[in-house]
Ligand binder design. Structure first.
Ligand code: THU
Length: 139
């Protein structure tokens, strides 16, 4: 992962952030995930009047990529306009763990600050299909 490719992913996430449909929170988030083949998929948060149906930018980007057949990801950028960098919510952490485990996650804001983190750090002792298989193995 080159520094340049990370910066361009942040730029893409910054642009798509402006597509956010966030009339209830006014909290605009942009995400961009890069697949192993180099293709980039974007997402913004989309809020529902039935609040709980809201989807985060990260999941929109990941769903779009998965539905296009992508399975392996190298980087995921998340951009919001906050001083302390916005990390993925708990639900998105679970989805990142299951579908984009090896991606370097870069958090960024509009002031040029950024930090890279791994999903291992964000979601220790994660639940996943291994546990389901363990039980199935007993039957
Ligand atoms: N949100 C995201 O899109 N990603 C995050 O990482 C944190 C939260 C959205 C969901 C909701 O539309 C708004 O931000 C406020 O929670």
């Amino acid at each position: 992962m080159s520094e340049e490719s990370l910066q361009s992913l942040i730029e893409t996430a910054t642009e798509v952030r402006l597509q956010s449909l966030a009339p209830f929170s006014n909290f605009l988030v942009g995400a961009a995930v890069r697949a192993e083949n180099g293709k980039v998929y974007t997402g913004c948060n989309i809020e529902s009047a039935s609040y709980g149906l809201t989807v985060c930018a990260e999941r929109v980007a990941i769903w779009k990529a998965l539905s296009e057949g992508e399975r392996h990801f190298t980087e995921l950028a998340v951009v919001a306009d906050t001083e302390s960098l916005t990390p993925p919510c708990g639900t998105c952490r679970q989805i990142i763990w299951e579908f984009a485990k090896h991606a370097t996650i870069v958090l960024a804001n509009l002031r040029g600050q950024q930090e890279t983190v791994s999903i291992r750090d964000l979601l220790p002792r994660a639940f996943d299909a291994r546990f389901l298989k363990e039980v199935m193995g007993h039957k």
